[in-house]
Design a protein around this ligand. Structure first.
Ligand code: PLP
Length: 354
């Protein structure tokens, strides 16, 4: 039976990408060697890396605008400290919208003064703070575009006189934005791009080289840029699969085309949550994420029936994160509108049974 994968990760990919990836593991490019056996310095792999880097900039509309794309290791969590290593001389400002932004903030505290510019902790992060100003004496301002756990998403970004850094791990390539308002974007591959193991970092080069500390090589964006994202052995499989997904996205019509599909998926599920009296949305309506819809079932007595129905319909990964409870429907780029239709049918069937 076809499974509908609503899991928050680590990785949801289009079937055609999975198929190509699996073929490359056996025989890459008709070379008789596996993708994971060939030298990462060989032309075929260097071409993969270059293509992935170029596609990332192209899909974000950042080609020729002074940005460089890197595929690094260590997950988005390593970027929490790499950002501070490279950019924090005195003071940085962080918008605290949930678990991940708070983790980023805590790591940065190791390197300098950190100002929490605004926070939604008072309401268990169910909304995005508004109306705050970003001070102009900061080295940079950091925000998290999509809060994977709480299901909130920044719909617009503050005007900033200082470089703006954004963790886009769970909504990169999902919607159109003016990406040139950001000076540094990072995203773990494992939601909308590829397997865990690589992190996309997109940097406006001219913000680098301004801190006085010595930066260890693996943390130094300049070193990674200088070596074409090949300072050490790159995670070849994760980079290759990310490249395939970016190619898939380009062929689909790019970020504009996927945004239309993502909006349809999100409005379908949120309409059901709002219309069906059995369910209640967690996130404030204006800030609802198109990637992760968080909701609860109001009547505990129906939990078992609902979960049996989900299982029978082939729905996987709907459990909410422990910080929120209830359910979370993660609808990353590779999840189809049909899968959301199946979930919504189960939710409305539950109502007719109750
Ligand atoms: N930032 C966000 C928004 C996330 O959703 C996650 C993981 O889900 C992370 C950071 C941490 O990513 P990683 O596990 O790649 O370190």
């Amino acid at each position: 039976m076809k499974k509908h994968n609503f899991s928050a990760g680590p990785c949801i990919l289009p079937p055609e990408v999975l198929l190509k990836a699996s073929q490359a593991v056996v025989d890459f490019d008709n070379s008789g060697l596996s993708l994971i056996e060939i030298s990462h310095r060989s032309k075929p792999f260097v071409d993969v890396m270059e293509k992935a880097r170029t596609l990332a900039l192209e899909l974000l509309g950042l080609e020729g605008k002074g940005y460089k794309a890197l595929f690094l290791q260590g997950g988005a969590s390593t970027q929490f400290l790499a950002v501070a290593y490279n950019l924090l001389e005195n003071k940085a400002g962080y918008l605290n919208t949930g678990t991940w932004s708070n983790k980023a903030l805590q790591e940065a505290k190791l390197f300098g003064d950190i100002q929490e510019v605004a926070s939604s902790k008072d309401a268990n992060f169910n909304y995005i703070p508004k109306g705050f100003e970003v001070p102009s004496d900061l080295d940079y301002f950091h925000c998290t575009s999509n809060n994977t756990i709480f299901g909130t998403q920044l719909k617009s970004f503050p005007k900033c006189d200082v470089p703006m850094v954004c963790d886009m791990s769970s909504d990169i390539f999902s919607r159109q934005l003016d990406f040139s308002q950001f000076d540094l974007i990072y995203a773990g591959a494992q939601k909308n791009m590829g397997p865990a193991g690589t992190t996309l970092v997109v940097i406006k080069e001219d913000i680098l080289g301004k801190v006085s500390r010595q930066i260890p090589s693996m943390m130094d964006y300049k070193k990674h840029i200088g070596s074409g994202s090949m300072f050490n052995t790159p995670p070849v499989f994760a980079v290759y699969v990310s490249m395939l997904t970016l190619e898939w996205l380009k062929n689909l019509g790019g970020v504009k085309a996927i945004e239309e599909i993502n909006n349809k998926k999100a409005s379908l599920i949120y309409s059901e949550i709002d219309l069906n009296p059995l369910f209640k949305g967690f996130a404030s309506k204006a800030d609802r994420s198109t990637m992760n819809a968080t909701f609860t079932l109001e009547n505990d007595n129906l939990k078992e029936t609902f979960e049996t129905m989900l299982k029978e319909a082939g729905i996987n990964g709907l459990n909410g994160h422990r910080s929120v409870g209830g359910y979370r429907a993660s609808m990353y780029n590779a999840l189809t509108l049909d899968s959301v239709k199946v979930l919504v049918e189960v939710m409305s069937e539950l109502e007719s049974k109750a």
